[in-house]
Design a protein around this ligand. Structure first.
Ligand SMILES: [Zn+2]
Length: 222
């Protein structure tokens, strides 16, 4: 089976996302790129996560054309391929229908810096797209309009969240922390009578990130 290891990773990340409560039913989709061939393994359209097998994963090229597979690829394939074409560093994409991120998409142009951890992992602001027509290149276009070389997550207006990384583990981690941040933000807004809560001072974020990257975790032994 072509790119079997990547197909298995797509199956596994779907189950992980389901277990972590950031997707439900058949919503959301995931893809991963093979660095050598440039081919992309993407989740199939409309199959519930627990029943998806490696054989259901579809291999497409970066134009979204099917190279190998028996199933129809995700209806959001253009969203994945357009983003991967725009950013050669992106290897894994996780698109979820995370609840609180979607709430933010209905009321704000971006998720502001509310949690220190999110600032360190995903940057100061997580942008919200304009409304994009789901299942069409317009949806991908709406993401490209807010995508910078450093963007790790984008909130999709009235829809959900999409996260980019070099592995599924990292992309899933970003999806979780952005959703937690959105939850804190919405709860803080409510607790504050709808007024903007206190935020992380944006001017401190570059220095904070630099220190974090230099000092977090255990020293390397190699
Ligand atoms: Zn979606």
């Amino acid at each position: 089976m072509l790119l079997e290891g990547l197909r298995e990773q797509v199956v596994e990340v779907g189950l992980q996302a389901l277990a972590r409560g950031i997707v439900h039913g058949t919503a959301g989709n995931m893809s991963i790129r093979d660095p050598e061939s440039g081919l992309i393994a993407i989740s199939p359209s409309g199959i519930p996560y627990p029943t998806v097998t490696a054989a259901d994963i579809v291999i497409v090229n970066d134009r979204g054309e099917i190279v190998n597979g028996n199933r129809k690829p995700s209806s959001e394939t253009p969203l994945h391929t357009m983003t991967m074409r725009a950013r050669s560093d992106i290897r894994a994409i996780v698109h979820t229908h995370s609840h609180y991120s979607t709430v933010v998409s209905c009321i704000r142009p971006y998720l502001p810096p509310i949690l220190t951890e999110t600032c360190l992992v995903a940057g100061a602001r997580v942008p919200v797209t304009r409304y994009g027509l789901t299942g069409t290149p317009d949806f991908g276009e709406s993401v490209l309009e807010v995508l910078t070389p450093d963007t790790k997550a984008v909130i999709l207006k009235n829809h959900g969240l999409i996260c980019f990384a070099d592995s599924f583990d990292a992309a899933l981690g970003i999806a979780e922390i952005v959703e937690e941040s959105a939850r804190v933000y919405i709860n803080a807004l409510a607790a504050n009578g709808g007024q903007e809560p206190d935020l992380v001072p944006e001017a401190l974020i570059p220095e904070m990130t630099e220190r974090f990257l230099a000092s977090y975790g255990q020293p390397k032994t190699t």
